[in-house]
Design a protein around this ligand. Structure first.
Ligand code: NAP
Length: 305
């Protein structure tokens, strides 16, 4: 089976390395400067798995500009790059090409889907964690699961899904992927911005529980207004659990800030705020959080969107 993975970042390298090790035909798509560096590194990824074994994995790599048609594409860039990345590879996508979106937050999936009416677009939400120790050295740091679904409720699971399990890639088909995305969005809204504002690891957020409670109440009302009743259930209790179980972790948004990289704020608090306004749900706390986060980013000379 043939897979193209666009984006040689943390998740892109994780997917490319695992699929390649499972004997799949994989091509990793990267921009020309990164491709030159990859070729200079012998066209190999270093992959450290959950058992902390590191292997060197040869992977075919190319730029988006090749003309070869794509059967199945995993889009592994940040949410703010997704539409532009798809535009750059559009000429290689045929009617029926599968496009799998790994982006965090909500909004980019809909933006991309609208530009690909003839493709089979699947959305994924993952609790796996990966980071790059170095260019092309991917560390699989957190076990988790990837849930796949379609924005179109009538879609059925792809036939390759059960095979991912054979390749030791934990995954599941999720008929209600919207609910999964909203629950994760609300959780991210409650953890990521506060870790940046207070410059702390997830566990230190226990000092700010009254603020988290107020925000959770507001976000629950937003989820209800959006018709996401299941995703709204005991949001505060869920976030308390996530804070405890990830106490030692640095949130993805704080990691981006620490590395002076643009954050995905527009697809997290930005999206939630936009929806709250559209649905006329209360959003005083959320607005204050979003603005405080933006001020923080500006102070750090990072984009506020
Ligand atoms: P990342 O490490 O920043 O990687 C993104 C990669 O996409 C970069 O290498 C970037 O290349 C590449 N890219 C962007 N536009 C491109 C284009 N037009 N052509 C070719 N390459 C392009 O990000 P990540 O951590 O893998 O995250 C990807 C998404 O998964 C995010 O939405 C993130 O929130 C989500 N996610 C990540 C994790 C995780 O553990 N890492 C977990 C859950 C969810 P350049 O550097 O050359 O721009």
């Amino acid at each position: 089976m043939s897979w193209h993975v666009l984006g040689a970042g943390s998740l892109g390298c994780l997917w490319a390395a695992r699929l390649q090790q499972a004997g799949q035909t994989v091509s990793l798509i990267m921009r020309p400067p990164r491709l030159a560096r990859f070729q200079a590194a012998d066209g190999r990824l270093l992959f450290t798995n959950l058992q902390e074994h590191t292997r060197s994995v040869p992977v075919h790599a190319e730029t988006a500009s090749s003309q070869q048609p794509i059967q199945r594409l995993i889009l592994a860039c940040k949410a703010y790059s997704a539409t532009e990345a798809i535009a750059g590879i559009r000429h290689r996508l045929l009617p029926g090409t599968e496009v799998i979106l790994l982006q965090n937050g909500i909004g980019s999936q809909q933006q991309v889907s609208r530009t690909l009416p003839d493709c089979r677009v699947l959305v994924a939400s993952t609790t796996e964690g990966a980071w790059l120790k170095d260019d092309f050295h991917c560390v699989h740091a957190g076990a988790g699961q990837t849930q796949f679904g379609s924005l179109n409720h009538k879609a059925s699971p792809p036939d390759w899904l059960h095979r991912l399990k054979d390749y030791a890639i934990p995954c599941q088909w999720q008929p209600d992927i919207h609910g999964v995305l909203w629950r994760k969005l609300a959780t991210n809204c409650l953890i990521n911005p506060l870790t940046v504002i207070y410059n702390c690891r997830n566990g230190a957020l226990v000092q700010y529980l009254p603020r988290i409670r107020q925000l959770a109440d507001e976000l629950e009302q937003l989820l209800q207004a959006a018709g996401q009743h299941k995703a709204a259930e005991d949001l505060y209790g869920h976030v308390r659990q996530v804070i405890d179980s990830t106490a030692a972790n640095t949130s993805s948004m704080l990691q981006d800030v620490q590395q002076q990289r643009r954050t995905e704020i527009s697809y997290i608090t930005g999206f939630a705020l936009h929806q709250a306004r559209a649905l006329e749900a209360p959003h005083q706390q959320l607005l204050a959080l979003h603005q405080e986060l933006q001020q923080c980013l500006v102070r750090l000379h990072l984009p506020a969107d």
